[in-house]
Design a protein around this ligand. Structure first.
Ligand SMILES: Nc1ncnc2c1ncn2[C@@H]1O[C@H](COP(=O)(O)OP(=O)(O)OP(=O)(O)O)[C@@H](O)[C@H]1O
Ligand SMILES: [Mg+2]
Length: 546
């Protein structure tokens, strides 16, 4: 057997070793090795395969070639050509990059392409230079690979094979590096945006664990970013709000991508709480579980202002209730006086029947029942007035608006009679319950009824009719409408009458409707006005069915 010739041995080695050096280079890329080391590695790979060759890789930057890798070429030479402009006669590399084609210069000393660079190369003993462009996957030249020799020389088919394989590999490595750099730049940029953002932000995983938080977000709760990472988001909420927070965050994951927001309380490290409005959305991540990005706004100030406003409104409502009661004093006195007068008359009659020679006990018994009824009637009126006059925290309960209407009618009966108004109740029964504060709703109905009475007080020449109608409407609301045949409303006043201090009455405050509307809206309902036909006005409100 004859030993294989040098060339075939080399060729076989070259073939068998290409797989693993290639893997080595790709491994370097994957490990995040710097591009210049990867390119040096590629150059060496060629130099190992073809003895006597000096390899350089130049990176194309606009129309200039920048040093990429050249572990064996003299530094003075690589420095000299760093930044060379590409062109039709710019040595081997500049021309190859310009033409996007391989350029073989077998003898630098004589080839016209080297006219401008010859004096740089020859003193270093460089005589031949073959340069091959390296392409990105989309076909753009991104670099060149040059093979230099110290004697004039043309490539063999084997040389060309090496070039082909290495330029392919270099293309992958450079492109991969560039993509990574781009990604890192963009990641850095987004991280900076996240970290420097004055808006508090958190990222939470499927298990509700904080995976990142920005310094502003951590600071708001009195923690450092590191203290927050790894904690359960739920622990950061006020205990009573945790269940709601959990439901909201869980809902972000299905379906993914739907934004949600909520207003809840969070607890600071020092135990105090803060009202937040948070907006969150789940973000898909390739190959990983989705996460939820939560953006948080401190609304404590707003909540405090809202609370103060509610308190002020309640105060005002109370004051105006007292004012209305003041206006009603005469009527109420009459309303209480009537049963009292009846009681006295009945009691006297009973005394007489008892004093008779033959006491009429049956009549006395009947009269005592009437006395008890009248007593209850008077007590009821007083009870209602006390309710309206006391200052109580608004509370919510299930109630029937027909009862509310009846309470009010009991207070205004004397006013109605005084102005010779015909009052008709058109109460749908049964009526679904609503959830509300009984006193506040009484105040609304009382305001509307008093306005209606006042609007009719001056009307002459037509019947004064007051109709209070209650009904279920559209399945989900209960509607109460107060119809009158009073002076009526100008179309332009239909909205204006609800403004605070709008009044056309000499002694009016102009607060009745404005307070009534805020009460109804706080109950989730609506209050509005419309002209009645042919005369008068209709004021009506709707409340959601409980
Ligand atoms: N049923 C109605 N018909 C015609 N105009 C009305 C009616 N109800 C209210 N208005 C008009 O709306 C204005 C505002 O009513 P609102 O109840 O807010 O205040 P007010 O009745 O004037 O005073 P108060 O604060 O004592 O109730 C009234 O002055 C009146 O001009
Ligand atoms: Mg009024």
């Amino acid at each position: 057997m004859t030993a294989p010739s040098d060339t075939t041995a080399q060729e076989r080695d070259a073939k068998s070793s290409y797989v693993s050096p290639e893997g080595r280079i790709l491994e370097m890329v994957a490990r995040g090795t710097s591009l210049s080391r990867v390119l040096d590695g590629l150059c060496r790979l060629v130099e190992e395969q073809a003895p006597g060759v000096l390899v350089s890789i130049l990176l194309l930057d606009g129309d200039r070639l920048r040093h990429g890798g050249a572990p064996s070429l003299p530094k003075a030479y690589t420095d000299a050509i760093d930044g060379a402009v590409i062109g039709p006669t710019a040595g081997s590399c500049g021309t190859a990059a310009y033409r996007a084609q391989q350029v073989i210069v077998a003898d630098i000393a004589t080839d016209p392409l080297w006219a401008d660079y010859r004096d740089l190369a020859l003193p270093h003993g460089l005589r031949a230079c073959w340069s091959t462009p390296i392409f990105s996957p989309d076909g753009a030249v991104i670099a060149t690979l040059a093979m230099y020799f110290r004697e004039p020389r043309s490539p063999s088919p084997r040389d060309q094979r090496i070039v082909e394989q290495i330029t392919h590999l270099a293309g992958i490595a450079i492109q991969r590096k560039r993509d990574e750099d781009k990604l890192r730049d963009s990641e850095d940029q987004w991280r900076a945006v996240f970290e420097n953002n004055p808006i508090m932000s958190f990222v939470v995983d499927v298990a509700g664990i904080v995976v990142s938080a920005n310094p502003r977000g951590a600071e708001q709760l009195g923690y450092t970013v590191d203290e927050l990472i790894g904690r359960s988001l739920l622990d950061l909420f006020y205990e009573a709000d945790r269940e709601a927070a959990q439901t909201h965050v869980a809902a972000c994951f299905e379906p993914l991508g739907h934004g949600r927001s909520w207003e809840l309380r969070k607890v600071r490290k020092d135990g105090t709480f803060v009202y937040v409005r948070e907006t969150a959305r789940a973000i898909r991540r390739t190959g990983r579980e989705p996460v939820v990005l939560v953006v948080c706004e401190d609304i404590s100030e707003r909540k405090r202002a809202e609370d103060a406003l509610h308190r002020a409104q309640a105060e005002l409502a109370h004051v105006t209730r007292l004012t209305t009661l003041g206006q009603l004093a005469a009527s109420i006195a009459h309303e209480v006086n009537q049963p009292l007068a009846a009681i006295v008359a009945d009691a006297n009659a009973s005394l007489n029947w008892l004093a008779a020679a033959k006491p009429e006990l049956e009549r006395v018994r009947e009269t005592l029942v009437a006395i008890a009824t009248d007593g209850h009637r008077a007590a009821d009126v007083i009870q209602r007035i006390r309710q309206l006059a006391t200052k109580t925290e608004p509370g919510k309960a299930q109630l029937d608006v027909n009862d509310v209407v009846r309470d009010v009618v009991g207070l205004v009966r004397a006013e109605v009679a005084r102005y010779e108004i015909t009052l008709t109740l058109e109460s749908a029964s049964p009526l679904p319950s609503v959830v509300g504060d009984r006193i506040q709703l009484q105040q609304v109905v009382l305001n509307l009824v008093m306005n209606a009475i006042e609007a009719m007080a001056s009307v002459t020449g037509r019947p004064r009719k007051l109709v209070i109608r209650s009904e279920r409407h559209d399945d989900d609301v209960v509607r109460v409408a107060v119809h009158d045949t009073g002076v009526g409303l100008q179309a332009s006043d239909v909205d204006r009458v609800f403004s605070a201090f709008f009044t056309t009455k000499p002694g009016g405050m102009g607060m009745g409707l404005s307070i009534s509307r805020s009460i109804i809206e706080a109950h989730g309902g609506r209050l509005w006005a419309a002209p009645n036909e042919p005369h008068g006005a209709i004021f009506q409100f709707s409340l959601p069915v409980a």
